[in-house]
Ligand binder design. Structure first.
Ligand code: ADP
Length: 398
């Protein structure tokens, strides 16, 4: 059975074609610059490639080009879209409406569009891609997998803010949490490699990339997470500030004369590693500059490490214990220095990492010492595979 996984943004449409027989990627690519001009880059598992400038006024033209890339020419991998059994779409914001993976109907797409207010950059792009896909593949089931769904188990005491309750009721202001698909994938993989039942585990999952979030997973359920109403909250990120005193927001906006959207851009695009270091949002550059003695780059790295450390402590308290920590995402999987510094001086919590075992990149590995009470693991995430598995399960259930 072949599943197409689609991850649509406001101006891009990333895709993977996965053969579920052995869960291998047959082809993947990205149609981007939608609404600007257009470009497709497409690659098959055998190394054939398409790189081409296109005209993508909307997601519909991008979807048509994706179909062409998959079915015609040198880099084709299937002869017709009928070979695809179902399409799984990543959706960022499902709010309280979508608590689990959902089979797509017109009403579902309308509702995703309605939730646009809570995720302006993402949900509109998802809805456009869903309509485009439906038009081209009207008889193929489509399934949506929500980043927020995994966090719907978080209790009210953790998701509510100390704002007037009416604004939760009227405007739905609360913590939603994001990266749920990644946290779900790595925590279930961890239970598998530890040979334990996930119901018996208390895990802190650290997804550290351009966007980062830490999640407390108790008995397989998310009980708290650092991202909030939007993906801006929590730890310091590439260009996002993470948690700050809300009064600093109104103060800075006043000083710079920013309106709400300018302030939003300042906190989302000009802050974080980039804002503190003044150099780069990329953790590789930050590490290199810090090693070369750059004070602000080193400080940016220290803030990130300290944020993560505090969240691990907080979540051990929230769960009344801790069995394992997971590092995943671009930084979590590839930056031994970040993992080492986070886990340093955490013996009181029973965390000891093996420096030698930790000195590697990008594969599944245990990095704690044999006598560490808490196991520490690096687990590469694979959100597309989880979306494909959920899609397959949904189609089989039908
Ligand atoms: P996104 O959140 O956009 O999916 P990624 O998960 O790809 O981002 O993570 C990007 C981050 O991972 C960047 O800060 C990048 O510097 C970092 N990263 C990638 N490879 C390495 C590496 N080899 N060493 C250190 N950091 C890395």
């Amino acid at each position: 059975m072949i599943i197409l996984v689609v991850n649509a943004g406001s101006s891009s449409l990333k895709y993977q074609l996965i053969d579920m027989k052995d869960e291998t990627v047959i082809a993947k690519g990205n149609c981007d610059r939608i609404g600007i001009d257009g470009h497709i880059s497409h690659k098959t598992s055998s190394g054939k490639k398409v790189e081409e400038d296109c005209n993508f006024p909307t997601h519909a033209e991008a979807f048509t080009r994706l179909v062409e890339a998959l079915t015609t020419g040198e880099a084709a991998v299937i002869s017709s879209m009928d070979e695809i059994s179902a399409v799984g779409h990543r959706v960022v914001q499902g709010a309280e409406t979508f608590k689990e993976t959902t089979l797509v109907t017109d009403e579902v797409i309308d509702k995703i569009e309605e939730l646009r207010e809570l995720a302006p950059v993402h949900n509109h792009g998802h809805a456009l891609a869903l309509w485009a896909c439906k038009k081209i593949m009207p008889n193929t089931p489509q399934v949506t997998v929500f980043d927020t769904a995994f966090h719907q188990t978080i209790p009210a005491k953790a998701y509510m803010y100390g704002l007037p309750y009416e604004d939760y009721e009227t405007y739905h202001v609360r913590k939603y949490g994001f990266h749920g698909t990644s946290h779900r994938f790595v925590t279930s993989k961890l239970a598998e490699v530890m040979g334990k039942n996930i119901e018996d585990l208390k895990i802190v999952s650290c997804h550290l990339g351009n966007g980062s979030s830490i999640t407390a997973v108790k008995g397989g359920q998310s009980v708290d997470t650092t991202m909030g109403f939007t993906p801006l909250d929590g730890v310091l990120m590439g260009t996002r500030c993470g948690a700050i005193d809300p009064s600093a927001v109104t103060y800075v906006a006043g000083k710079h004369g920013f309106n709400a959207s300018e302030m939003d851009s300042y906190m989302n695009k000009k802050s974080g590693l980039l804002g503190v270091s003044g150099k780069s949002s990329d953790f590789r550059d930050i590490t290199a500059a810090s090693e070369a003695g750059d004070y602000r780059a080193n400080l940016a790295k220290d803030i990130l490490v300290y944020d993560i450390k505090k969240d691990i402590g907080a979540y051990a308290a929230a769960m009344n214990g801790l069995d394992a920590i997971i590092f995943t995402g671009g930084i979590g999987e590839n930056a031994p220095n970040c993992r080492e510094e986070v886990c340093k001086d955490m013996e009181y919590l029973g965390i000891k990492i093996d420096e030698e075992a930790n000195n590697f990149k990008g594969e599944l590995r245990k990095i704690s010492t044999p006598d560490s009470k808490v196991e520490v693991w690096v687990i590469p995430t694979n959100e597309e595979l989880l979306i494909a598995r959920d899609t397959l399960a949904m189609v089989n259930k039908k």
